[in-house]
Design a protein around this ligand. Structure first.
Ligand code: FAD
Length: 445
């Protein structure tokens, strides 16, 4: 990292969570002159949701899941079996029902527009911050490409509706079927069924796991960063209005009290449980999704640009690098999946078989889909969509939040897209700096 600043207000910040949100926060804080200790339960960074996600930096496709048509659509999808883009399997869990009710309440046009415009500002800020890190710090080695994103539709009516609903129309160009195939020749096998698409030339793709590793390489070189690997942090407690220390449990069972100055909670799906005893209720539920990683051999006819199948809600990203070429395929939202261990979500074989079927029908010449590596992850999701970023004084029990606790969590299905901008916001908040004027919004939805 070449762009290290000296900060007048240098702090020691302890970050809980080594996914893409924790690592981008660390990078941004170190860049701004702070010292960081990052703690994660796993041996390697990005071992949970940031591991094999869809690879989309879809800065112009940030509309939240909660929308006016979704409840009715979800009922129709009940009949679609394992290929359904969205499934709801309620459990006997009060927090889950509370979340589901908040989600339903957010399923109307006004809320959808409000959340979408909040997410769009954060996404565009994220794109700008990632560009700075790539250009000024030489951050590389994570299969980053700006190939643009093409969202294809099979139904003319749905395409017309999507054209009318664009949230960044200057960079979302409508195309007919012929233009889609000219842009992405691998769509030729779908020629007969394509109605057309919408293309955003400046959207990007990258490998989120490799991105986290690249960030950590730079962090280690900075001399301002340490990581406790394979170390579990116990739920937080406070004394005299502050978190004084964290209780750590290392992999060998030994325990340690870690004295803290500032704490950033970037614990993804575990965030709500970490602060419950403090009286802070974070509206985050794990929404399950799946991916396949298909090795691409020479001559494979696979998408080169990012393609989204709008009706099936499947995304395709070509994560090619100097030594390997692979196609990442990601899809599906399971609300209320029961997990024995949320750190290791179970792979539902029915869902994976459906995803193999959909992908191999769409791109039959891309390779042998039986060889694709399956993965399941849980999106740490808020009911309205925007993440929780800022001081932990949240909701009604404002006075209960410890003075030195900061949140950067709840990024749902957009964590990779929003990570760099979110990291910049939390860094500015901790440093006492102004926020960019278009982002002076309350991210504590
Ligand atoms: C199928 C699927 C596809 C997706 N596709 C995309 C996409 O294309 N583009 C996009 O922008 N986003 C995508 N996402 C969403 C994105 O992956 C997530 O939003 C993002 O990874 C969340 O990052 P995180 O750092 O908050 O959580 P995580 O990556 O889960 O990291 C949290 C970390 O905190 C650690 N931790 C938690 N509690 C403790 C504790 N008590 N002690 C120690 N460590 C702890 C965990 O070990 C974990 O490593 C997708 C998600 C899924 C499931």
């Amino acid at each position: 990292m070449t762009f290290l600043q000296e900060s007048a207000m240098q702090r020691h910040v302890t970050i809980i969570g080594g996914g893409v949100i924790g690592l981008t926060s660390a990078h941004s804080l170190v860049r701004a002159g702070h010292h960081v200790t990052l703690i994660d339960a796993h041996a390697e960074v990005a071992s949970e949701t940031s591991h094999a996600n869809g690879g989309q930096l879809s800065y112009r496709y940030v509309a939240p899941l909660a929308d006016s048509g979704v409840p009715l659509q979800a009922i129709k999808w009940l009949l679609a079996g394992s290929e359904a883009p969205l499934r709801f399997r309620p459990q006997l869990d009060l927090a889950q029902w509370r979340w589901a009710l908040q989600f339903l309440a957010a399923c109307h046009r006004r809320q959808h527009h409000q959340s979408a415009s909040q997410l769009l500002s954060l996404a565009q800020h994220s794109q700008q911050i990632l560009a700075e890190w790539r250009e000024q710090d030489g951050l590389s080695g994570f299969a980053w490409q700006q190939t643009g994103k093409l969202v294809v539709h099979r139904d003319q009516q749905a395409l017309n509706k999507a054209i009318g609903a664009r949230i960044a129309p200057d960079d979302q160009q409508p195309l007919d079927a012929r233009q889609c195939i000219a842009l992405e020749p691998a769509l030729i096998s779908q020629q007969a069924s394509l109605a057309g698409g919408i293309f955003s030339a400046s959207d990007e793709t990258a490998d989120c796991h490799a991105f986290c590793q690249a960030l950590e390489r730079q962090l280690i070189n900075s001399g301002r960063y340490t990581r406790f690997a394979s170390t579990h942090v116990a739920p937080l407690s406070k004394e005299n209005g502050r978190i004084q220390y964290l209780d750590l449990i290392h992999i060998d069972g030994s325990r340690e009290r870690w004295k803290v100055e500032e704490v950033v909670l970037a614990a993804g799906n575990h965030s709500a449980a970490m602060v419950r005893a403090l009286g802070i209720r974070l509206p985050i539920q794990p929404l399950k999704g799946y991916s396949l990683t298909l090795p691409l051999s020479e001559g494979a006819i696979a998408p080169r640009i990012s393609v989204t199948d709008a009706a099936r809600k499947v995304v395709y990203a070509n994560l090619g690098s100097a030594d390997s070429h692979q196609l990442r395929i990601a899809a599906m939202v399971d609300i209320g999946s029961h997990e024995r261990d949320i750190s290791h979500p179970a792979i539902d074989e029915g869902r994976i078989a459906a995803l193999r079927r959909i992908a191999s029908t769409s791109f039959p010449e891309a390779g042998n889909f039986a060889d694709a590596t399956p993965w399941a992850g849980l999106r740490p999701s808020t009911p309205k969509g925007p993440p929780l970023i800022g001081h932990a004084r949240h909701g009604r029990k404002k006075h209960d939040a410890p003075d030195n606790l900061w949140l950067n969590t709840g990024h749902g299905s957009l964590g990779f897209t929003l990570a760099c901008g979110s990291a910049d916001l939390i860094t500015r908040a901790i440093s006492g700096d102004d926020l960019p004027s278009n982002l002076k919004v309350n991210f504590h939805n």
